[in-house]
Write a protein that binds this ligand. Sequence first.
Ligand code: AP5
Length: 224
Amino acid sequence: MMRGPRLVLLGKQGAGKGTQALRLSEHYGTAHLSTGDLFRAAARAGTQAGLSAQRYMDVGELVPDEIVIGVVEELFADTKLVERGFVLDGFPRTLHQAEELDRVLGATPLDLVVNLDVPTEIALVRLAGRRVCEDCGTTYHVDLPPAVPWICDVCGGKVVQRDDDTESAILRRLELYERETLPIIQFYRRQQRLVVVAGNGPGAEVFERLVAAVDTFRELCGEP
Ligand code: AP5
């Protein structure tokens, strides 16, 4: 049996990384690791790391590398998680984070990095209408709400607008994406691990494209 892939999902804010990372992890039976979700959960739990991350997140700034890398290193100390495979969503986001990820994974490197590509105009519309469950993080959109208005279909939690989905924080996040995250695409292209998948169109179609890209790449590489 094929093992689950070790994937990174890159893409600008609103590209659909969170939405598709969840589906991909269910499809391949791997873990879904979102640094944004981890920080939001830590902030809700009131931990010091979470509250300190929240100060950066609310205004659209990146959480400092040393904090993020520490969190990821702790996650990957679990060798079973690495063996099972994972979809990383929101990490790495700077060149330094990408280099550190290679170091942390060592002899069990990434299989593939997918850049989910959407035009900024589409991403902005998606972010403006996004709503999330404050308990489990399930994502909705004002055009695709939960069955009972603003009660999560999955866990019954309250569905709200994210604190960093304000106009100023969205613009800052997109600016930082251009400056800090785009160079990573070149980094992975040089490693011959990068594929680009169009993220526009209905979610089910994007998912099909992603699975086709991942499966094709793994077959070509003769992955176990
Ligand atoms: P994070 O939670 O990762 O947020 P983000 O990067 O801003 O990305 P988004 O969640 O905005 O976009 P997405 O691509 O996941 O879109 P989604 O699937 O939700 O990070 C938040 C903050 O944490 C950062 O700003 C930073 O402060 C900090 N942080 C996290 N990681 C860090 C790191 N590594 N280093 C430093 N700081 C870090 O979709 C958006 C909307 O579109 C939803 O409403 C969805 O329903 C809808 N949608 C999705 N797909 C479709 C489709 N195909 N058609 C129509 N609508 C769709």
